[in-house]
Design a protein around this ligand. Sequence first.
Ligand code: SF4
Ligand code: SF4
Length: 207
Amino acid sequence: MPTKAEKTTARKKRLKSFFSIDRDRQVDGDTINNKLLNEIVAEGGASASIAACMQCGSCTGGCPNADKMDIPPRSLILMIQRGEWDKVLQSKTLWLCSSCYTCTSRCPRGVKPSDVIEAAKALAIREGIKNDSVKFNTIFVDLIKERGILFEPELMYKYGGLKEVIDQAPLGIKLTLTGKMSPFPEKVKDPKSFKKALEKIEKVSKK
Ligand code: SF4
Ligand code: SF4
């Protein structure tokens, strides 16, 4: 014979099933795995109320890049709550987010998915996750640090070698002819001061 407590649990399960709510969602309150969540908070997501997400989907609904992402913002937040470490840190979503902040402005619970994604990105780099997106991002940032302005052919060469430069050449020529890309490397007026300013920002953001 089932006990009274077992009967209550079974009834709750039936109700959740009836309303199509997944049993192991955060609404249960007892399935949050704080490890990943805490790491993301420590990486800069301190002002984001990750645990408050109610899975309304407003973030994904407004995201201009959601159709390209392997995990849309709503699901990413759920996975962070669950502590699905590998899936989150390997996700292409981290690198496809354009930081437009639409999700954050639409979120009714103060979750700030854009900040969460930034923090997850920093964590992925710190954890040494290796994939094409991390490689691209690292080269991009290093080049910006060096001269303040990106020289796209250099980025392509460092990312994918001569083959990538040749593949992207038709687009590069179009952009150059329309004045959207310089055919020569350029620098900001004072690269040393620019580099110092970046280092200062890095120090402050690590505190
Ligand atoms: S909009 Fe906010 S509360 Fe709604 S699913 Fe996205 S993160 Fe969660
Ligand atoms: S900040 Fe990123 S995740 Fe949020 S709506 Fe913009 S692209 Fe999508």
